[in-house]
Design a protein around this ligand. Structure first.
Ligand code: HEC
Ligand code: HEC
Length: 246
């Protein structure tokens, strides 16, 4: 691990030379700090040494919940504290079911979901570009389970964003007729294992609907014909409805 302190490279995305996840991956060759001997293997792989030190989270191996907190520090660089993203380009990922969250992390890891390149929004890696496929690829099954379980227990804090009232009313009808069956309570029920739509960031929802329609993100087979039927005006109405739920 001591060699890591010499490398100051940003994580490489889609580098063909990257070793498989679970190895001492080169994906996250971020600068390290001293005192890292007590860090867990997970933290090293995620390049969390600096973030964890700053946050004084550095757990001993097997530290349980604290380890989850430390792993979350890298996620927080984009998804905000405990998954309550305040950045419109990054989804809020707290409070969804652990099943749904773990499934999505696997989908990213297996590149079954698109992974737009994103800059870290905060923290000491601010401005570093990476993507969810690289991040999820560095997680093993235990990390994934732990993070999904941790995030599922956090509160989904609805985005503070504008919504057009007339469009929201129209969107509510469309939702009731087409989406409520699987996205119950206006798209706010984690137990549906279908994400959370109520209060999610509008740009993210629009992007996901476009990805489902194009096939870039695989949709539930029963949802696919429903989203394919939506026209631009219906999508606009729907996202205004979800944005209106504060
Ligand atoms: C560099 C920024 C960045 C970091 C760091 C990051 N994410 Fe993400 N994450 C994103 C973006 C952007 C998306 C949306 C991808 C898309 O547009 O499809 C996303 C999507 C997700 C989703 C899917 C949400 C949904 O509603 O389906 C989950 C789950 C997730 N991230 C978990 C994590 C976890 C856990 C970590 C830390 C190990 C993490 N992310 C770190 C940027 C980031
Ligand atoms: C037959 C059930 C079903 C119907 C009907 C349905 N969905 Fe879904 N939806 C799902 C499931 C299951 C998932 C999560 C798994 C996946 O990614 O396919 C999902 C995921 C989503 C997501 C991604 C959430 C996230 O956090 O990334 C969006 C957005 C979405 N649905 C919107 C809609 C809208 C809008 C409608 C109505 C026009 C709709 N869905 C109708 C089952 C359904």
């Amino acid at each position: 691990m001591s060699t890591r302190s010499e490398t100051r490279e940003v994580p490489l995305i889609h580098d063909p030379g990257v070793p498989p996840a679970g190895e001492d991956s080169a994906l996250f060759r971020w600068p390290t700090v001293s005192g890292e001997a007590t860090m867990t293997r997970n933290l090293a792989r995620l390049g969390l040494m600096t973030a964890a030190a700053i946050l004084c989270l550095a757990p001993a191996p097997g530290a349980g919940a604290a380890d989850g907190n430390a792993l979350m520090a890298v996620c927080a660089g984009c998804h905000g504290k405990d998954g309550a993203s305040t950045d419109p380009s990054v989804p809020i990922n707290a409070g969804m079911s652990a099943t749904y969250l773990a499934d999505q992390l696997s989908a990213f890891k297996n590149k079954q979901r698109p992974c737009p390149v994103t800059e870290m929004k905060a923290g000491d890696k601010k401005g570093t570009k990476t993507d969810m496929c690289a991040i999820a690829g560095a997680l093993d099954d235990a990390d994934t389970k732990q993070l999904a379980g941790y995030l599922a227990k956090q509160k989904f804090v609805r985005a503070s964003q504008a919504a057009d009232a007339a469009l929201a009313t129209k969107g509510q009808q469309i939702h009731q007729q087409n989406c409520e069956k699987c996205h119950s309570n206006n798209g706010s029920a984690p137990e549906d294992d279908a994400g959370i739509l109520a209060g999610q960031w509008t740009p993210y929802l629009k992007e996901q609907l476009a990805d489902f329609r194009s096939g870039a993100r695989k949709a539930d087979p029963k949802m696919k014909p429903v989203v394919d039927r939506l026209d631009a005006a219906s999508i606009d109405a729907l996202v205004n409805f979800y944005a209106s739920l504060k």
